[in-house]
Write a protein that binds this ligand. Structure first.
Ligand SMILES: [Fe+2]
Length: 425
């Protein structure tokens, strides 16, 4: 633990002290009427925690979220805290072929996991209790609806916040960026929350067998989610392999695709494209020049001016790229974006845009991001333009080479970047 960066060390220590304090207080004050009920929920919690799904930056999620929600509804805060702590520290997990458990896991990590969960459960219970009393007349099956909503939202917010803060301190990544990356895990938790409520209701109706039956669909949901993550990882692997192949071929544009991707994603976000569209844009940006695989090395790496015949070969790369991507499962949807990444808003550029065809907006974003990075990079046949000069050319091309909406968003992006740079200086 002493190897942690100073701020992360203080944070982890603070969470452990608060969490263990709450746990000790709960143990001193707990009154247990039915020990078998506690053992039953501990077993459900440990099984759920033992089957996690690993996400970005080694964070994990599991269906234990639903069990935790049920625990808070069924038990007093002291019992819920104790159950959650035991469920968080006892699991046996397999990751990258290695089995980890309480006795071979670093103690401070185990304590942080347990303590952060204790804090989350405690705050979520307070919210459930407070809102339940404030809105005691809004009920469904004798359960307070506002209290339940408060419990679920508080649990998700506190849990996500505690872990996002840790990753932000450990990996020096902006807190906002981590929260954005985990947005869909929050959505996943929201999707699981009704199952947690149903488990609590069934348990309170003395239907222990039904609770076990409901645990089945929970594990099934976990399995489907795991498959989804694996498919996404496989797709990322394919994109990376294609991108590496492209970089190996064209030495002068090494790193270009990733820079284009970064600019394109910013523009897409400013234009408020959907998450799905931004994902497509990101993949298309990384792979936009994949068609250069089909262009001779001699032409690609030529340091002098290209002959007309050679340039026409280069002009084939969007079409070749689109055809490659059409053959790859899950990437065929970005083939049209790649095909028209050298198309101009006024219909010029290449390849020729069929009349009546609506070029995807992502292609226009890609085209502008590609042009900006090309202008501000050194090439064998010319030096890089200054950022201001490139910016002027971009705005001059609005409505002719570039889509005006894209340039409007680009201007916002450009100004933001300059502000950030001046802040750093
Ligand atoms: Fe290109």
């Amino acid at each position: 633990m002493t190897k942690l960066p100073k701020r992360a060390f203080v944070y982890v220590l603070g969470i452990i002290v608060i969490g263990l304090g709450l746990l000790v207080y709960s143990i001193i004050n707990v009154k247990i009427d039915n020990i078998w009920a506690v053992i039953f929920f501990v077993i459900l919690g440990v099984v759920a925690e033992s089957l996690p799904i690993t996400l970005k930056r080694d964070s994990v999620i599991s269906v234990s979220f639903a069990i935790s929600i049920a625990t808070v509804i069924v038990f007093s805060p002291a019992i819920a805290v104790i159950i959650r702590f035991i469920s968080a520290v006892l699991p046996i997990r397999k990751h990258n072929g290695k089995v980890s458990h309480l006795f071979n896991h670093e103690l401070y990590k185990t304590l942080f996991n347990g303590s952060s969960r204790v804090i989350t459960v405690f705050i979520a219970w307070l919210s459930y209790d407070f809102l339940g009393k404030q809105f005691s007349n809004i009920t469904f099956l004798d359960y307070n609806v506002i209290g339940l909503l408060g419990l679920i939202i508080t649990y998700i917010v506190v849990d996500t916040f505690l872990f996002a803060a840790l990753f932000s301190l450990l990996q020096k990544i902006k807190f906002k960026k981590i929260m954005r990356e985990h947005l869909w895990t929050i959505i996943n938790c929201l999707g699981l929350s009704p199952l947690g409520v149903i488990i609590a209701i069934l348990y309170n109706w003395q239907q222990v067998f039904a609770v076990v039956l409901f645990f089945g669909p929970l594990l099934l949901a976990r399995y489907s989610f795991k498959l989804y993550i694996e498919t996404k990882d496989a797709l990322q692997g394919t994109i990376q392999a294609l991108s590496n192949a492209m970089d190996a071929k064209d030495h002068y544009t090494n790193g270009h695709s990733h820079r284009v991707s970064e600019v394109a994603v910013h523009i897409g976000q400013i234009m408020q494209l959907s998450e799905r569209s931004i994902e497509r844009l990101k993949s298309a940006a990384v792979l936009h020049d994949i068609g250069k695989i089909g262009v001779e090395d001699m032409i690609l790496n030529k340091t002098t001016k290209l002959e007309a015949g050679e340039f026409s070969k280069i002009m084939e790369h969007p079409e070749i790229g689109a055809k490659i991507l059409e053959q790859v499962h899950n990437l065929n949807e970005i083939s049209e974006i790649v095909r028209y990444h050298h198309g101009h808003y006024n219909g010029e550029g290449y390849p020729v845009i069929p009349s009546g065809f609506d070029v995807p907006i992502e292609s226009y974003i890609l085209s502008a991001s590609d042009a900006y990075d090309a202008m501000t990079s050194d090439r064998p046949y010319r030096g890089a333009l200054s950022e201001q000069e490139a910016f002027n050319r971009m705005t001059e091309g609005s409505g002719s080479q570039f889509h005006p909406d894209v340039i409007d968003a680009f201007v916002i992006y450009y100004k933001k970047q300059r502000e950030l740079e001046s802040d750093v200086c």
